[in-house]
Design a protein around this ligand. Structure first.
Ligand SMILES: [Zn+2]
Length: 122
């Protein structure tokens, strides 16, 4: 997802947050999205980034990173409960990065084991 042009320039952390807000699987391909899903994704992107900007307004530079982290619902929170549904936040690791997601909110309750397996589950 983070490689794709739709949300190009959005960092690792916010791509996790946006997908969670849109209740969308991290592995759903842009080409398979319906028009309604694209709209939902765009709204989630806007609201997530708007919230982030508003939270950081007035926060001292030194506190910005902690403030950013406190606003994240799934990113970096592996093993913690999802603030929306209470399910445990899960993680998928790649060679050089990882992503976090909530199976209940985003994948119909199906945990994703890794990139290859998730392609089969799609
Ligand atoms: Zn959830």
């Amino acid at each position: 997802m983070r490689d794709q042009s739709l949300i190009a320039g959005v960092g690792n952390a916010y791509s996790d947050e946006i997908l969670h807000a849109a209740r969308m699987s991290p592995f759903k391909l842009t080409s398979s999205l319906t028009e309604q899903e694209v709209r939902g994704l765009y709204q989630a992107l806007r609201s997530t980034l708007t919230e982030a900007v508003e939270r950081s307004r007035g926060v001292a530079a030194g506190r910005l990173k902690a403030e950013k982290k406190s606003g994240l619902r799934v990113h970096g929170r592996t093993g913690e409960p999802c603030p929306v549904c209470g399910d445990t936040i899960r993680e998928v690791s790649f060679a050089d990065s990882s992503l976090q997601y909530c199976a209940t909110c985003q994948t119909g309750g199906k945990p994703l084991a890794d990139r290859r397996l998730s392609r089969l589950l799609k």
